[in-house]
Design a protein around this ligand. Structure first.
Ligand code: SF4
Length: 477
């Protein structure tokens, strides 16, 4: 980095000259384009290595070869690691690499902010329920849970999906209905959004306008997006597998994002042909805020499909521990507009009982906005299990065992989480829950009788285990 580039490292893009901001934005876009090509196009790294400048010229990547080498094929990977691990060696990184890394760091920070704050609902029951589901998912999904934001609501504008991806983790059926933007439908949509906003708070504005649907199947999606923006002053994130269907329509959505009306979109890339079309049709700057997901096996960065939904139907339930077994990132309500109904959903690891990797309640039908609001509130008040049930035998989820981690007693999930048991009474209570034959009162009585805990400690710790998602609840039994 030059002295001038170094002097900018502590500044945000808004605190620098237009010229610097422009250069840095380009650097990030070109670095991202290079990585997108390498992740999508088979043989692209070899092609680059055999003719570096020719490759960069052909793909319009205006970064020098030294920058690209440092980014994706450093001569000495250990030295690169040493540079990026040492804050005093920032000047040895190319500015493009430093800024791209910062860009990814910011995206991760925003993702974490969504999980911890932005998607956290105002409604106290929903807040408590969602917090426990997030902790439960730490146990059942392991570290992979960090990539799930646990949004509290999602809105479907169609029933079924026209794309029919063979890897669909939600087993979406064929497209059956589309919710068009008629005056009546727009009224219902706005009323439901308003109710969600009133009940759940701003978190309702971080939901998506799709679930087991393809957003671009709805020709009026843009109009609903405007209604959504009117209510929440943001546009929802889109994940689409049909970004190549109508390039100019897709360009509209990414332009909206670049105007700051939203944050990010994701394109599922189904084939090499689609990858080439997307890379040709959009400039690196246009795709800065669009993640391209390689979902075809020839892609160098292809990751085997999540074993849920269609994949479990095809190949049966497989318990691969490196796979979360779900693609559901919603802990809350899925609202279907074509059918005027909603259901509670929550991630699970795909198994015989939850082949899609999702808990789904029965649907609740509604007539209009007022009816929706009343039924949603009633559901939240009456149906969510918030506290440890009285008089019911408590069981620990099967994926937990009691053991030792780093020489300390713990509850250990076979998917990676370890919850330390710091006191002997905690160990005993965990053992009693794991036995799966006692109710809460009996567990407290036993630990008091054995002189391990005072009743208030025992009750307190059972509640902690409940909040930590260790004790099986009715919807997952
Ligand atoms: S993954 Fe998405 S686009 Fe593909 S079939 Fe499923 S819902 Fe449709």
């Amino acid at each position: 980095m030059t002295e001038h580039e170094l002097s900018l490292t502590g500044k945000s893009i808004n605190e620098m000259s237009a010229e610097d901001a422009e250069r840095i934005t380009d650097e990030v876009a070109y670095a991202k384009r290079m990585l997108d090509i390498l992740s999508l196009i088979p043989g692209s790294l070899e092609e680059y290595l055999s003719d570096r400048q020719g490759f960069l010229d052909r793909h319009g990547i205006r970064l020098c070869r030294e920058d690209i080498d440092f980014l994706c094929c450093p001569k000495d990977p250990d030295e690169k690691l040493a540079i990026i691990s040492d804050n005093n060696r920032i000047s040895e990184m190319p500015e493009s690499f430093f800024r791209y890394r910062q860009f990814i760091g910011n995206k991760i920070a925003i993702r974490d902010l969504m999980t911890k704050k932005l998607c956290d609902p105002d409604n106290i029951n929903m807040k408590k329920w969602r917090a426990r589901q997030i902790r439960r998912c730490d146990g059942v999904l392991g570290g992979l849970n960090e990539s799930f934001v646990h949004t509290v609501v999602t809105y479907e504008l169609a029933e079924g999906c026209s794309v029919g991806c063979k890897f669909c983790g939600l087993s979406a059926g064929p497209l059956k209905k589309v919710f068009f933007h008629t005056p009546e439908n727009s009224r219902l949509f706005k009323d439901v959004l308003k109710s969600c906003h009133k009940i759940l708070g701003d978190a309702a504005g971080y939901g998506m306008m799709y679930f087991a649907t393809e957003p671009l199947d709805n020709p009026d999606y843009e109009k609903f997006e405007d209604d959504f923006y009117e209510e929440f002053h943001t546009v929802p994130q889109i994940t689409t597998a049909a970004a190549d269907r109508d390039i100019e329509r897709t360009r509209y959505f990414i332009t909206e994002i670049s105007k700051g009306r939203g944050f990010i979109h994701r394109f599922t890339i189904r084939s090499l042909e689609m990858a080439e079309k997307i890379l040709e049709s959009f400039t690196p700057r246009e795709l800065v805020m669009v993640e391209l997901l390689p979902q075809f096996p020839e892609a160098p960065a292809f990751v085997p499909y999540v074993k849920a939904g269609r994949e479990t139907e095809e190949s049966g339930i497989q318990k691969a521990d490196g796979d979360p077994g779900t693609i559901c990132c919603v802990d809350g309500f899925c609202i279907s507009f074509p059918d005027k109904r909603f259901k509670l959903i929550s991630p699970a690891r795909a198994d015989e009982r939850f082949p899609k990797g999702i808990y789904e309640s029965e649907w609740v039908e509604f007539e209009n906005g007022a009816d929706f609001e009343e039924k949603l509130l009633r559901y939240i008040t009456d149906e969510l299990e918030l506290d440890i049930p009285d008089g019911k035998v408590l069981k620990m989820y099967d994926h937990f065992t009691l053991g030792e981690h780093n020489g300390k007693k713990c509850i250990i999930s076979r998917f990676g989480e370890a919850i330390p048991l710091k006191e002997p009474y905690m160990v005993r209570i965990a053992e009693l829950v794991k036995e799966g034959v006692h109710d809460r009162r009996e567990i407290v009585d036993i630990s008091v009788y054995e002189k391990l805990a005072r009743p208030e400690n025992a009750y307190w710790y059972l509640n902690r285990l409940w909040d930590a998602g260790c004790i099986a609840e009715k919807i997952f039994e």
